[in-house]
Design a binder for this molecule. Structure first.
Ligand SMILES: [Zn+2]
Length: 163
């Protein structure tokens, strides 16, 4: 039996360079992994916590950036343009209106003790981070910008960005 798209459970949305978001209302947000300064859409926040807990990563895997308003994305874009230049910015920062972070369904994660750079936090392919990556799909998360797919996603490999 075929199901119409409207019957899909949960939010389903494509956001990228050629599919910018229309103006959207702020999603219902909750702290990501207990950090009130990094928030996610409520259901995504609960699934993220369950996933990190399942691999014993609470406290080691830390949220770096979750939901962003269009204004915040604009500020990140402008600031990165100023400090890092255009090439870097186009590679790692989605243009305002084109960021998955504006949906509240995307999260940048880092490893505590590592370099928690806001644009490129350290999320190694080892230890608890690798365990998280393996478990992610069971909780509805995917590594959104994998290596080798840059031409399709339009974004550099980002081992820290999950949606
Ligand atoms: Zn991200």
């Amino acid at each position: 039996m075929r199901r119409a798209h409207s019957e899909a459970a949960g939010p389903l949305i494509l956001v990228n360079r050629s599919h910018p978001l229309r103006a959207m209302s702020e999603p219902q947000l909750a702290p990501a992994l207990g950090d009130t300064s990094v928030r996610l859409e409520r259901r995504a926040a609960a699934l993220l916590e369950a996933c990190v807990r399942s691999v014993g990563g609470l406290g080691d895997i830390v949220p770096v950036s979750g939901w962003r308003s269009r204004g915040e994305q604009q500020a990140i874009w402008d600031g990165t343009m100023r400090s890092e230049g255009e090439e870097f910015t186009r590679k790692y920062v989605a243009a305002p209106g084109c960021s998955e972070h504006q949906t509240g369904l995307a999260i940048d994660l880092g490893l505590r003790g590592g370099d928690l750079d806001f644009i490129r936090p350290e999320f190694p392919d080892s230890g608890v981070c690798r365990e998280f990556k393996r478990a992610a799909a069971r909780y509805g998360f995917i590594l959104r910008y994998p290596e080798g797919k840059e031409r399709i996603t339009g974004i550099a490999h980002e081992p820290w960005h999950f949606r």
